[in-house]
Design a protein around this ligand. Structure first.
Ligand SMILES: Nc1ncnc2c1ncn2[C@@H]1O[C@H](COP(=O)(O)OP(=O)(O)OP(=O)(O)O)[C@@H](O)[C@H]1O
Ligand SMILES: [Mg+2]
Length: 354
């Protein structure tokens, strides 16, 4: 008969035993790996000091403990000490024979898993984009003809009928705009990496926003002046920030405040399941006080063609996420009404400046 100890040690997912006072009384080796700490270092410590769960779990946890029922929580961000939060599913159940004690296992949706899935999607997307680009190019010419013809017609018709020609012109322009966005997607090349001053990028984006789509907004700077240089493609990073500023401005048509915040977080790492990884210490936040992400699309905002706006094409954030992933960076969106944060985490330039 297999011993409990062997089963415990062999469990391929992080597992923890938590006592009635919410302290860790045991952790298996996958759990040690998850926490990046030894068993001895965590036993006896309050579990929620070691594991930060980005969800209001307390009540459900208490209920599970009192009623002796299991609790399943999907898609929560779970952080531990010095690593970037991972999206996980949590399984929590009362430990038989130990009143008040609970066993908790978690299955991280590894970054690497998401990335590789992203990659297959990427190549499928690549051919779809190639196709769309070709179409975009082909459609733009006849569309220009249609617009021109409608404008000519409008010169010789009654006032009432010009409403119709105006409609043709306006709708054609909208299609052209969409096509241009599709083309922009296809035009993306690999980033041309160089040391970049993030504050220059933010300033350029801020100035151009205030002159155009963001004229009705107040944009405040909250910079860490000691922030080192980032490693990336300045033009592509500018495109990212512009898209985020545009979204924030569009979310608050009557005006609002956008805060551009930068800070250094040396412990932020992107870790892959093969153990490799790199540090993403530069944090850039674009924070707005608008209504927040619409609930219906909140989990899909980075997918192409997902939009919560009437005239949105839904390509902005898809482009943002493609650029950040090409930069080996990370993007996170957090949103409640009145407080929406898009956080970019990027690499630091190599110190010798090469
Ligand atoms: N700061 C924000 N506040 C509220 N909602 C947002 C914010 N940023 C994005 N969204 C929501 O996410 C959706 C997707 O954004 P995305 O930039 O991908 O597309 P879009 O803005 O609709 O169209 P496009 O950028 O292609 O013109 C938006 O339509 C909007 O509903
Ligand atoms: Mg947008």
């Amino acid at each position: 008969m297999t011993s409990d100890q062997n089963i415990w040690a062999s469990l391929p997912v992080p597992a923890f035993i938590i006592d009635a006072d919410d302290r860790i009384t045991d952790v298996n080796s996958a759990g040690e790996g998850f926490l990046n700490a030894s068993r001895n270092a965590v036993i006896g410590h309050p579990v929620w000091d070691q594991i930060a769960v980005d969800a209001p779990l307390e009540e459900a946890f208490l209920r599970a403990r009192q009623q002796g029922t299991p609790l399943f929580v999907n898609d929560v961000d779970v952080g531990s000490g010095n690593r970037a939060p991972l999206q996980c599913a949590l399984q929590i159940a009362p430990l038989l024979g130990h009143p008040g004690s609970m066993i908790m296992t978690m299955s991280p949706r590894e970054l690497a898993g998401r990335m590789t899935r992203g990659n297959t999607v990427k190549s499928a997307a690549q051919s779809a984009i190639g196709m769309a680009e070709m179409l975009a190019h082909e459609i733009k010419n006849p569309l220009a003809g249609i617009t021109g013809a409608a404008q000519l017609l409008s010169m010789n018709i009654s006032q009432q009928d010009t409403e119709l020609t105006d409609l043709i012109v306006a709708e054609s322009r909208r299609i052209v705009k969409l096509l241009e966005q599709v083309e922009q997607f296809g035009n993306l090349t690999q980033p041309d990496f160089k040391p970049v001053n993030i504050h220059d990028v933010l300033d350029r984006a801020r100035r151009s926003a205030l002159l155009g789509f963001g004229a009705h907004m107040t944009i405040i700077e909250d910079y860490d002046p000691s922030l080192p240089l980032a490693y990336g493609d300045p033009d592509q990073l500018l495109q990212v920030v512009l898209n985020l500023l545009k979204n924030a401005s569009e979310a608050s048509p009557k005006g609002g405040t956008i805060r551009l915040r930068t800070y250094f977080e040396h412990s932020f790492r992107l870790r892959r399941s093969d153990g490799s990884g790199h540090s993403l210490p530069l944090q850039i936040e674009i924070i707005d006080d608008g209504p927040g992400l619409p609930d219906k699309i909140r989990s899909d905002i980075f997918d192409p063609f997902v939009s919560g706006r009437e005239n949105g094409t839904g390509l902005g954030l898809a482009l943002v996420s493609k650029i950040i992933s090409d930069h080996d960076g990370w993007i996170l969106a957090e949103s409640v009404p009145g407080h929406t944060v898009f956080r970019l985490s990027v690499r630091r330039a190599p110190r010798d400046g090469t």
